[in-house]
Design a binder for this molecule. Structure first.
Ligand SMILES: [Fe+2]
Ligand SMILES: [Fe+2]
Length: 158
């Protein structure tokens, strides 16, 4: 099936964004592991898998619509400290959220409701899971203080 060129271009940009989100979670999860924060490692390694699934859905949709996927992740900068990594991840999730909203609007304008619905599922993950979890972590650091938060992140996740 041939998709609208504007929709395909938009999906291609979203794919590069998902690949960047995946890679950022990839490096952050390994940095958490290296620093000994095993609970954060487990959670963020899982997030990396979810971003891979998001990328997969968009990649397949681009192919279905007759487009050629671009697998170059958008540039990103990894954080170093726990707080930096959490903040950078939240910034990425907010940017993805804004891009998904704009893309859904474009899909609707071109009557591509199937693409729109695929993106809606990702918007739900982005807002209600990824961003919300990160907001809670930063909220906890504010409430209980960084040393207490870090101490709680050392143990092995169940
Ligand atoms: Fe995503
Ligand atoms: Fe996400």
């Amino acid at each position: 099936m041939q998709g609208h060129p504007e929709v395909i271009d938009c999906l291609k940009e979203l794919l590069r964004g998902e690949l960047a989100a995946r890679d950022q979670y990839f490096i952050h999860s390994r940095q958490y592991e290296d620093q000994g924060f095993m609970r954060l490692f487990a959670r963020i390694a899982h997030e990396m898998e979810e971003e891979t699934l998001h990328a997969d859905v968009i990649l397949r949709r681009i192919l279905f619509l007759g487009g050629k996927p671009d697998m170059r992740a958008h540039p990103f900068e990894a954080g170093n400290t726990v707080e930096e990594m959490l903040r950078r991840d939240l910034e990425v999730e907010y940017a993805v959220r804004d891009n998904l909203r704009a893309a859904m609007h474009l899909c609707e304008r071109h009557g591509d409701y199937q693409s729109r619905d695929l993106l809606l599922a990702q918007l739900k993950d982005t807002e209600e899971d990824h961003a919300y979890w990160l907001e809670k972590q930063l909220g906890l650091i504010e409430k209980i203080g960084l040393p207490n938060y870090l101490q709680a992140q050392i143990g092995m996740a169940a």
